[in-house]
Design a binder for this molecule. Sequence first.
Ligand code: GDP
Ligand code: ZN
Length: 344
Amino acid sequence: MSKRKLNRRQSWRIKKIQEERAERAAQKEAKAQQELASGDLGPEQLGLVIAHYGTQVAVEALDQDGQPFPDHPVSRCHMRANLGSLVTGDKVVWREGESHGVIVAVTDRSSELSRPDPYGDMKIVAANIDRIVIVIAPYPEPHENLVDRYLVAAETLDIKPIILLNKTDRIDNSNRDRLAQMETQYTELGYEWLNVSTISHQGCDDLIDYLSHYTSVFVGQSGVGKSSLINMLLPEANLKVGELSELRQKGTHTTTTAQLFHFPHGGHLIDSPGIREFGLWHMDKQALLEGFVEFRPFLGHCKFRDCAHEKEPGCAILAALERGDISESRMGSFQYILNTLEQP
Ligand code: GDP
Ligand code: ZN
């Protein structure tokens, strides 16, 4: 593929972006240095980034075991430029200051959730997520290829997905068998599956218990009940959102990204409008193949190295389909998603 030459305007734009970036980094470092030099900073302590506003982050103090304090004190912090970009969910070492604290170090991330920015570059939006909760419901009717798309995206990031069937109060004779079939299919593939209703409250205790062990994100198509679930699980989220927007107003003119909330019975939720759309963007064919977990043992075993797994002789994927090691439904999803990727 030949590289397209940038025109003058594009080169100018890129140069300008780079200059602005360098300037921001310098400003960031200057602010952090100023805070550090002022000398009235507290000792180093552990913290959790719960929101990010451009050049500042909101940090919650953690105790020595890395657990949040019951009253969740939040501080705005500057960060040293050499830390790279911090995101919601990052665990940090920081020092409290009078107006601002300073972040002095960041711990290694166990996972990163990224999504494309408006220019198509992947940008990390949250860190240290343990579970991607894929929410589905009897209505809007769940499509396997959409569920599979979320699963593939989760597999690609190496974050464990779980399927949450919401609105169980709407299960009736018209959809019961199909939903049961889906549950069988996904649990046989090794995925966890929970049932819940925000109306009848069936399954709520199990869900609360499950979530208490992890930092989760909720994803899924519009109308499945993500907002209803979050409102049910986080009765105090509105308060928290109010506090955070106040912090933001005091900070710089930047947009809110992902925010971290604590479930009252333990565990955390990271949420943003962008995160709820997770997984619906482009991926390459190899990632797609590997994202279908049951395909993995057969990858690399086709007769032809460039096998398209369509009708080639000696195709290990098609042989697995024939034997029933891969289901028609999942193969159909794979082909469906592949087609959407190949369309210009
Ligand atoms: P979101 O787009 O995924 O955030 O979905 P919403 O939370 O906005 O919910 C979409 C619709 O589903 C709303 O009318 C909710 O009242 C309804 N809904 C949410 N949970 C349930 C449930 O458990 N049972 C039923 N019957 N309706 C629900
Ligand atoms: Zn093949």
